[in-house]
Design a protein around this ligand. Structure first.
Ligand code: SIN
Ligand code: CO
Length: 387
């Protein structure tokens, strides 16, 4: 194994964004000094039994790859955890507050780009083979030692291999990174860089993944909002139509005008909100049990504000707002829900939405409408009051 090929950096988020983010892979040694695993194999196995959790077991025995999709029951583990196997559980950030320090380390990248935390447990020899992902990922090494190799960037047209119908791999590649990761080390991999991890010992890995919508996802994502929106009503018109003898032809000018209609609605200010609303939606619904059985009334909330208290977002909450606000309210979205606050309290709400904890008190001099919003945020389970 040669070491000169490895790009090892001292972590400075600003330098990282300039030189590596979306550009090239790198290793950050000991980004988490004295790393202590927030989960263990049993906790992970327990999560993979849950109906709403996306989990899979990838195994390779005598060269035969297998993929099993959860949810599992306890007998499944005996049957499928064979040979070199890995248990992968998606969206762990939505369930275990003790994993929050991992995602918070990367909060210099905006919340809307974050996808989820994938946690994998693998036995010695375990791995999912050489592959690439379309998203950026930071892979944190927990317990154990794992050899990671990363190759030169591929294109989306590169040849893919399917040793199992649910497992996409690529051909062996020449590594530009080849390293043994130790607890607390981090490997950053941009989209389309082929990589593979092979456990040297029993391992836990934490993949903090980021998402980036493509054009088709953007269109699908805003479609509902467009259909519900009563300002997007401008209709095609053709008062200067010219004679044709080709009734099946849609002429260049017609296409131009139709496209213009589409451009115009995309350029509407209201689209800023539709996009923000869409980006605030997550694949994982937040827990129903965060909603309060005995909700606060406005007088009770005013009382709390008078004495002072601390608010914190519940797990899985993704609050977003567009910096460019286009009307007299401050509009923000939490997991697809729209809130409109009085513009005079914009600073308060911006601070709240960007914080992991915020002390609220009478110093904030909030409008009644803002007190009502805070009451709703707590009653409906988006935020909790810390004891
Ligand atoms: C793994 O930890 O084995 C999978 C993570 C990845 O390569 O994306
Ligand atoms: Co990967």
């Amino acid at each position: 194994m040669t070491s000169h090929i490895n790009d090892i950096i001292d972590f400075d988020p600003e330098v990282f964004l300039k030189q590596y983010w979306q550009k090239k892979p790198c290793i950050i040694r000991k980004l988490f000094p004295d790393f202590s695993d927030p989960v263990d194999a049993d906790i992970l196995a327990g999560l993979s039994l849950e109906e709403e959790i996306d989990a899979r077991i990838v195994s390779c025995e005598n060269g035969n790859w297998d993929v099993q999709q959860g949810p599992f029951n306890t007998e499944d583990f005996d049957e499928h955890c064979v040979g070199n196997w890995t248990l992968m559980v998606q969206g762990v950030d939505n369930y275990l507050p003790e994993t929050q320090f991992l995602t918070e380390q990367f909060s210099f990248i905006p919340h809307w780009r974050f996808d989820d935390l994938l946690v994998t447990y693998s036995v010695a020899g375990g791995g999912v083979g050489a592959h690439y992902d379309e998203y950026d990922v930071f892979i944190v090494q927990g317990m154990g030692q794992r050899r990671w190799q990363v190759g030169h960037k591929l294109s989306s047209h590169s040849e893919k291999l399917y040793p199992h119908s649910d497992l996409q791999q690529v051909k062996p590649f020449e590594p530009i990174i080849d390293i043994v990761m130790l607890p607390g080390d981090v490997l950053y991999i941009p989209p389309f860089y082929p990589h593979q991890g092979k456990s040297i010992t029993e391992c836990l890995n934490y993949s903090i993944g980021f998402r980036a919508p493509n054009q088709s996802e953007l269109f699908q994502g805003i479609a509902d909002g467009i259909l519900d929106n009563d300002i997007l009503t401008k209709r095609f018109s053709d008062p200067n139509r010219e004679l044709t003898n080709k009734r099946s032809a849609v002429n260049e000018h017609d296409i131009f005008v139709l496209k213009q209609l589409m451009h115009q609605f995309i350029d509407l200010d209201e689209m800023d909100y539709l996009l923000t609303e869409m980006l605030s939606k997550t694949y994982h619904p937040i827990h129903d049990d965060y909603a309060l059985d005995s909700p606060y009334s406005r007088p009770e909330m005013l009382q709390l504000i008078n004495t002072g208290f601390t608010l914190t977002p519940n797990l899985g909450v993704r609050p977003l707002y567009s910096e460019h606000q286009i009307n007299e309210f401050f509009v923000f979205f939490i997991n697809g829900h729209r809130f409109e606050a009085d513009a005079v309290d914009r600073f308060f709400f911006e601070t709240l939405l960007n914080a992991t904890q915020l002390n609220v008190g009478h110093k904030d001099q909030l409008q009644f409408s803002s007190v009502d919003i805070i009451t709703k945020l707590v009653n409906e389970g988006f935020y909790s009051i810390l004891d």
